[in-house]
Design a protein around this ligand. Sequence first.
Ligand code: URA
Length: 221
Amino acid sequence: MVISEYESLVNRIKTCVQCDLSQTRNKAVPGEGSLKSKIMFVGEAPGAREDEQGLPFVGAAGNVLSEMLHLVGLNREQVYIANIVKCRPPNNRDPSADEIGQCWKYLDEQIDLIDPQLIVTLGRHSFSNFFPGELISQARGRPREWKDRIVFPVYHPAATLHNPKLKPVLQEDFLKIKALINDTQLESETTTGDDMSGRQLDFEFDSTQLPYKKDEYDNQM
Ligand code: URA
């Protein structure tokens, strides 16, 4: 990772005017966390608090995300957190296909530069950009291969605020992330903040052996 390349990317995101969201945003939200992390979390788009602060997941959904990270022995500094779309859609509407299309290249560059082995998609909108046309309720909690990386879909943390029944489901999925990490000693590497680039993550871990509930939450975030 060349830091100047990352800084240049962040500057391009902060000054981007390629779609109309740039006209209504306060601050673009490039992303935050360890540039050495092997775990990247990808949400949908900034909300009001994120737009004010220029940081991802600092509102109510962010509190749930921090709680889930804590549950598995991680904190925000040990992972990298980004969004599909870097500017807040007015009134928190869903980003349009065009806005996602314009913004995707930035996430693509973040993935190339940070080089995570594990990408945790937060919510169905994020997931559907990696695997179009699939239901999050069927896909959640199972690691998938995506361009030589692993994508692990989970429900959006905000979904647990709207539907508290989803909280144990999200906890269950984060515990599966913990199992993946523990299996491969990523946790200790992450904790020390060392460069992990020489380490292998063994994703042969068979999550289909874990209890899985088909549930009725297809429309959840
Ligand atoms: N929801 C998201 O998807 N991303 C954020 O940064 C905040 C809330």
